[in-house]
Ligand binder design. Structure first.
Ligand SMILES: C[S@@+](CC[C@H](N)C(=O)[O-])C[C@H]1O[C@@H](n2cnc3c(N)ncnc32)[C@H](O)[C@@H]1O
Ligand code: SF4
Length: 464
């Protein structure tokens, strides 16, 4: 593919539009037989795609949108294809909706203006509006803090996953040192909280799979986190790591939310994606957890290899029958660094060859919205990942009044986060200056252990 972009400050954003139309180029850098020339002519835009020429005059609110929209319109005419998210290619569409409201768009015109400015489908504009309405439970405040602890260790590596998370067998000898360092960092966090008089709103132990740790190791970490927060979550994602003894410990230290994540209710797919558990393990772990009164979240992924619409429908319907407090629907993202994508590139294959049924994925996501809403679940947080088929989204749905505040904060940046552990990202919000600063700890467990003092100093500096 030859792409030439003339006279634009938004080259990266324009490439995002092109990638939307050519997923194999997007995921595996596979070349396409195509020449694209984008020309910003000041008051109009000319786009040549192979032998065809398109011209547009646009007058949208942002110049960036004028350019993205011109290219989007040309490609949609050339390929005869439109996308539900229109020209929105970024990770956080809700931010654009909030921005519109701040710039004076009245609430009753939000949907209409989103459609006009970003070529959103009416369904996605409605979804954005609802998500924002359901985020009313959260306030922006400089005195509030969320705590995040990262346990980037898993029983096995799921083939779609690109998170920095190591297989247990490869890092088990590092775990005692890792926990010592975590506790050192947590102690620094406690000092910062005390000095700044922060109110701890929520605590989230995520990963990875925190419940891969032994009861003793879990207790070491939990006993350090003695705050009266309204929300205390532990991601117990992999059901095979959940035991009665571990749930007893979570309860003892006031954890009030857990995640149990089947991803699918098809054993064949679970094997294919390298999750070494069965549906039966999910049901057993879920039934056990119900005895403790935790709020429970269940994650599903739409578009897993080999899964057609009816498989996804079965997974979702089963999940709804189980009636967890939260259900999060992800669209499969084919990320660099995942085993699926690495194999694709290595073997010079395209998406069809790993049996990803793109045409069904939109149906899955639309069905999830309709079915969950008619089952009294409300969409309450939303983000988009790069490299998803058709640019589709991830949405967290909740039963009434059960929204997970930490999840909203991770997308909407309503309060600062003190994060500990390898690859944990702390952020400090300066509400009045409308500014956010972030620092990330080093990625790998051994590196984190070796550089723990530096991680602590950087955190102190950020919260000085
Ligand atoms: C940070 S992961 C941790 C959850 C936990 N380790 C587990 O797998 O059960 C959170 C969720 O992101 C989703 N996820 C991870 N990688 C994904 C991908 N490439 N595409 C779509 N969803 C993905 C999965 O649903 C997963 O449960
Ligand atoms: S999806 Fe979850 S369990 Fe699987 S490798 Fe990624 S973080 Fe680990």
């Amino acid at each position: 593919m030859n792409v030439k972009i003339n006279n634009s400050d938004y080259e990266k954003e324009l490439y995002e539009i092109i990638k939307l139309y050519f997923p194999d180029f997007q995921v595996a850098n596979k070349s396409q037989d195509l020449d694209i020339v984008f020309e910003n002519k000041g008051k109009s835009f000319q786009i040549k795609i192979n032998e065809k020429t398109f011209e547009y005059k646009l007058n949208l609110f942002k110049e960036k949108n004028n350019q993205k929209t011109a290219l989007y319109l040309a490609l949609s005419e050339y390929c005869n294809k439109k996308f539900d998210w229109g020209t929105i290619t970024g990770v956080r569409p809700t931010k654009l909706a909030y921005e519109m409201l701040q710039n004076g768009t009245p609430k009753y015109l939000l949907k209409e203006n989103l459609i006009k400015e970003y070529h959103l489908s009416p369904n996605k504009a409605q979804l954005l509006k609802e998500v924002i309405e359901n985020q009313n439970c959260i306030i922006k405040n400089d005195n509030i803090i969320d705590i995040f602890i990262n346990i980037p260790i898993c029983p096995s590596r799921c083939k779609y996953c690109s998170f920095i998370s190591a297989e247990f067998v490869k890092v088990k000898d590092y775990i005692p040192n890792y926990i010592d360092c975590l506790i050192k960092e947590i102690n620094c966090v406690k000092k910062i909280i005390k000095e700044k008089n922060y109110i701890v709103r929520s605590i989230y132990i995520g990963g990875g799979t925190p419940t891969i740790l032994s009861c003793y190791e879990l207790e070491m970490i939990l006993s350090e986190l003695n705050y009266p927060s309204i929300e205390f979550t532990v991601e117990a994602g992999r059901p095979e790591t959940i035991t009665k003894e571990k749930l007893d410990i979570l309860k003892k230290y006031n954890v009030n939310r857990i995640c149990i994540n089947p991803q699918t209710f098809c054993d064949k797919t679970l094997k294919l994606i390298n999750r070494n558990h069965t549906i039966n393990d999910v049901i057993k772990a879920y039934s056990l957890a119900l005895n403790y009164g935790f709020k429970i979240n269940i994650d599903l992924i739409a578009g897993l290899p080999g899964e057609n619409f009816s498989k996804f429908k079965k997974s979702l319907n089963t999940t709804i029958e189980m009636a967890p407090n939260n259900i999060t629907i992800h669209t499969l993202a084919l990320k660099r660094g995942s085993l699926f994508t690495n194999n694709l590139i290595l073997n010079n294959q395209n998406l069809n060859s790993i049996n990803i049924i793109e045409k069904d994925i939109k149906k899955m996501i639309d069905y999830a919205y309709d079915k969950l809403k008619s089952s009294d679940y409300f969409p309450y947080y939303l983000y988009k990942q790069k490299n998803t088929p058709l640019g589709l989204e991830n949405v967290g749905y909740t039963q009434k009044n059960d929204a997970c505040i930490f999840n909203i904060n991770s997308i909407e940046d309503t309060s600062s986060v003190l994060a500990c552990g390898a690859h944990a990202i702390s952020k400090r919000i300066f509400t009045f200056e409308n500014r956010i600063e972030r620092i990330a700890n080093v990625k790998f467990i051994n590196e984190y252990i070796n550089r723990i003092d530096e991680m602590i100093e950087r955190k102190i500096e950020l919260f000085k």
